[in-house]
Design a binder for this molecule. Structure first.
Ligand SMILES: Cc1cc2nc3c(=O)[nH]c(=O)nc-3n(C[C@H](O)[C@H](O)[C@H](O)COP(=O)(O)O)c2cc1C
Length: 176
């Protein structure tokens, strides 16, 4: 079964790394369903039944996004609020449609990994900062997996740095 990669980038045309990851994944349509929320919903009106059907058709779901203000871009939060409905994602015996599915985050970040550390500027690791995602997906009984992160994009925008991330990301997806 294919892996569903839900991409949430408000300005994918100007993106370096998320755009590159999407291009790469789109080379393997038999392996990945790449679903770009801001491109699908430029008016930000999410088709909830369509999203739920898409989730039901996949056993592995990756949420790929650039890290903005220590969080995800807003359309992904809206997606969580609207798509994970009571009776479908939780709260009834026939619900829990995400239950057992492998779910992971794939995040690109501007600053370096060592800065997300108790003795440094941003104090917390990315695993700690993404606890709301962990709790959300545990709440709906998904199999929440450790995240993939690629750091330092504000410090190094070279093609080499971007390309370096591609096999790392593909390996992560393959191992999910
Ligand atoms: C509005 C905004 C907020 C950002 N907040 C953070 C942040 O909190 N932490 C961080 O490491 N990088 C932050 N960045 C940097 C982005 O994460 C980085 O530019 C992005 O991951 C690069 O991916 P892209 O090439 O696909 O756009 C921010 C960038 C923008 C535009």
């Amino acid at each position: 079964m294919k892996t569903l990669v839900i991409v949430t980038h408000p300005d994918i045309k100007s993106s370096l790394v998320n755009k590159r990851w999407m291009e790469e994944l789109n080379k393997f349509p038999g392996k990945y369903t790449v679903h770009s929320l801001y491109e699908k919903y430029p008016d930000e009106k999410i088709d909830v039944p369509a999203e739920q059907t898409l989730v039901e058709q996949h056993d592995r779901i990756v949420f790929q996004f650039p890290y903005y203000w220590f969080n995800c871009p807003p359309l992904l939060k809206k997606w969580l609020d609207e798509v994970l409905t009571r009776g479908w994602a939780y709260g009834s015996r026939s619900g829990y449609k995400v239950s057992g599915k492998k779910v992971a985050l794939a995040i690109s970040l501007g600053v370096d990994e060592h800065e997300y550390h108790p003795s440094e500027r941003y104090k917390y690791s990315l695993a700690e900062l993404t606890r709301p995602f962990e709790l959300t997906f545990e709440y709906v009984k998904a199999d929440y997996r450790p995240l993939f992160a690629y750091y330092g994009i504000e410090y190094n925008t070279s093609a080499e740095w971007i390309e370096r991330s591609v096999p790392l990301y593909l390996d992560f997806l393959d191992a999910l």
